[in-house]
Write a protein that binds this ligand. Structure first.
Ligand SMILES: Cc1cc2nc3c(=O)[nH]c(=O)nc-3n(C[C@H](O)[C@H](O)[C@H](O)COP(=O)(O)O)c2cc1C
Ligand code: SF4
Ligand code: SF4
Ligand code: SF4
Length: 647
């Protein structure tokens, strides 16, 4: 009997040639140079790196292949390059600009002699010649489930994903059926990575059993949090993993239409996903009769216009429908009545990108990672004052201390840690005493912060916590859609009080007002933008009360960061005669020469930009910052002009 091939058999036909071309690349007899070319790599200059390699290879007449890959998440080391020279393990190099590319070509690629240890991060595989990446805590402690292939494969080549077992989960899901998928995702206890941590399987089940037809699935790639770029990286670096997760979700729900909502400020992500949709359609992995089955799925991209609130699921739906993006009252929840009144499942990019691994390896495997209540991994974009900033994927449940000190190398330049702000603009600021907090939805919430979508800003002793609270409230206030009075006007009042504090204007009554307003905003706001906007205020008030009191009672900024409360002067004892580095850097020509040829600052002209602090050579270190401004000592300064006149 001539039976139709199963989805897995159909997939095997696609995978065979994909694997052959992948292995041919791995075993290539010419060197292969992989350059990280996602947005972060490009921002660090990866285009110049590529051109540098091309030029140097042409000049030397060396045959080599250059392949662009996505982002590995190691922002501190960009532009990142992996070179696979025949006979050597693949070697990863950091900070490779056009000049370094030429050195690598001349020293290493030309004769395979000098592998340029000065740029080397490590080998990707165990070997006897080179340290491996696993020798570094940054690599050792990470657990890569979602980002496993990011930075290793060409996102524009579907064969790379197929060769590494891509779309195997979709084939399995098609064979097992939608209800089995729902049960498996429920059993895995996969919680949504978009912020709220709602179990994905339950959401899918509600939509699956909703009466209205047809159903819709939306991937939320809005990612409006400042400093967060996990979702962008996934879409740019491994688009097929996101598409596969989306297709499995659609199968589970019974939807034949899916939308990828991506903000227009992510043009590379839009382009990469679009290209991936075309490639998957061509191979019958999307579109009509996927892998020869009755399941069809039409995926389209909707580009958001950059409003932070449009990441909220009901506002997102409004925006896709062509209305102004404003959150709506729930219930009904989108899973019951969403886009155009149809049952609509909305999931974050990371949630969907986790699904293929759960389906392929099983819910029991997934539950071996992370905690009982939140299995799996968390991806954070760790920015700020750590040695190794970037994207980090760790098992749920590890402590903040472990993440900051072991994985990210601790605080830059050995400065003391002050606070970590977690969860995006509405996240809380936690001090050193809370560093034992486990990274998971519930523990972070209990500590006053939140997972959010994974933004994390690490601050050292130079951060002023009053200014930090002001900064984040400024963001949420501007992004409030204006629907709720407390969010619209309350955040404006919060901001006005915080602005006053940073100028040394404020009272104890204002402090009380800050607290009661925060409570009112939490209670009186419809969506989580308003409900969580006071988090930075409440946590800084709780953990750093002395800083508020110093601003209010002493007009002093302990971190010496608030401009109105600080001033700069030059210590004449330390200043080197005739070194003019500070003069050259001052944007307002505030620095003048004194009677003994040393330099001093005209306080009327100084805009407190701090440039002169950095310009002054470390051996003199003569520029001082004080708070309050009245702390400037009287050094008996006379301008040089006066001296001349006197003479
Ligand atoms: C102001 C605001 C912005 C949000 N932005 C995003 C976002 O950019 N991406 C996202 O996945 N979820 C965002 N959310 C959460 C979504 O409303 C929704 O909970 C999420 O997309 C559901 O996916 P998940 O269950 O996979 O987490 C935001 C929520 C609020 C209140
Ligand atoms: S809480 Fe703020 S952002 Fe949310 S609906 Fe109300 S006004 Fe709009
Ligand atoms: S702080 Fe800025 S404006 Fe003031 S003296 Fe220094 S460089 Fe000039
Ligand atoms: S840079 Fe420093 S040492 Fe040089 S003139 Fe200015 S204050 Fe003096």
């Amino acid at each position: 009997m001539n039976q139709n091939p199963t989805p897995s058999e159909q997939l095997d036909r696609l995978r065979q040639p994909a694997k052959e071309s992948w292995h041919a690349l791995q075993d290539s007899d010419v060197p292969v140079i992989y350059v990280g070319h996602a947005t972060c790599g490009r921002a660090a200059g990866s285009q110049e790196t590529i051109e540098g390699f091309e030029q140097a290879l042409a000049d030397k007449g060396i045959a080599a292949e250059i392949r662009t890959v996505g982002c590995l998440g190691h922002c501190y080391a960009e532009p990142l390059v992996i070179i696979h020279y025949p006979g050597f393990p693949p070697l990863m190099y950091q900070k490779i600009g056009a000049g370094e590319a030429r050195v690598l070509v001349n020293s290493f690629l030309q004769a395979g002699e000098d592998p340029c240890f000065e740029y080397l991060l490590g080998a990707l595989e165990p070997n006897e010649m080179f340290p491996t990446l696993m020798d570094y805590p940054r690599y050792l402690y990470e657990k890569r489930v979602i980002m496993a292939h990011c930075g290793r494969i060409d996102p524009e080549n579907i064969d790379h994903y197929l060769a590494l077992d891509g779309y195997q989960a979709l084939a399995k899901a098609l064979e097992q059926g939608g209800q089995w998928v729902v049960d498996e995702v429920k059993a895995a206890h996969l919680r949504g990575r978009g912020g709220a941590g709602f179990p994905a399987g339950i959401k899918w089940e509600i939509a699956r059993h909703a009466e209205k037809q047809p159903k819709v699935v939306i991937c939320n790639g809005d990612e409006g949090d400042p400093g967060a770029y996990m979702d962008r990286t996934l879409m740019e670096s491994n688009p097929h993993q996101v598409l596969e997760g989306l297709a499995i979700a659609a199968l589970a729900v019974g939807a034949e239409r899916a939308i990828l909502y991506i903000r227009a400020e992510y043009p590379l992500a839009v382009r990469t996903i679009q290209q991936a949709i075309y490639a998957a359609r061509e191979k019958k992995l999307l579109g009509d009769h996927i892998l020869g089955t009755d399941f069809s799925l039409d995926i389209s991209i909707f580009q958001g216009s950059g409003a932070f609130v449009c990441g909220e699921e009901t506002a997102l739906i409004q925006s896709v429908e062509g209305h102004r993006g404003m959150p709506q009252y729930r219930p009904p929840y989108p899973a019951v009545e969403g886009l155009d009144g149809l049952p609509t499942v909305i999931n974050n990019v990371k949630t969907l990108a986790t699904v293929p691994a759960i389906i392929s390896k099983g819910s029991d495997w997934f539950k071996t990672i992370g905690t009982e209540k939140t299995p799996g991994t968390a991806i954070f974009s760790v920015v700020g004052e750590v040695e190794y900033p970037g994207l980090v994927e760790v098992p749920m449940g590890v402590s903040l201390e472990h993440l900051i000190y072991e994985v990210c190398g601790g605080i830059k330049d050995g400065k003391p840690f002050k606070a970590v702000q977690i969860g995006g603009p509405s996240g809380g600021c936690l001090p050193e005493s809370e560093l034992g907090t486990a990274i998971d939805f519930d523990s972070l919430k209990q500590a006053g912060a939140m997972m959010g979508s994974g933004g994390m800003v690490v601050m050292n002793a130079d951060a002023c916590m009053v200014e930090v609270a002001r900064y984040f409230v400024d963001f949420t206030q501007k992004e409030s859609c204006g629907k709720c009075t407390f969010c619209r006007i309350g955040t404006r009042h919060l901001l006005a009080i915080l602005e006053d504090f940073t100028k040394g204007v404020g009272s104890d009554d204002d402090l009380q007002e800050l607290k009661s307003l925060s409570e009112g905003i939490i209670k009186g706001s419809l969506c989580s933008l308003g409900k969580t906007a006071p988090n930075p205020v409440l946590t800084t008030l709780k953990f750093f009360p002395d800083e508020y009191l110093a601003h209010i009672h002493e007009q002093r900024c302990p971190a010496m960061m608030c401009r109105a409360l600080t001033a700069f002067y030059i210590d004449l004892e330390a200043c080197a005669r005739g070194c003019d580095a500070c003069v050259a850097c001052c944007p307002t020509e505030a620095i003048f020469t004194t009677s003994n040829r040393k330099k001093a600052i005209d306080q009327e002209k100084c805009v407190k930009c701090g440039e002169c602090v950095y310009a002054c050579p470390p051996e003199y270190d003569a520029v001082r910052r004080v708070s309050p401004p009245g702390m400037i000592p009287d050094q008996g300064i006379k301008p040089l002009v006066e001296t001349k006149e006197e003479q």
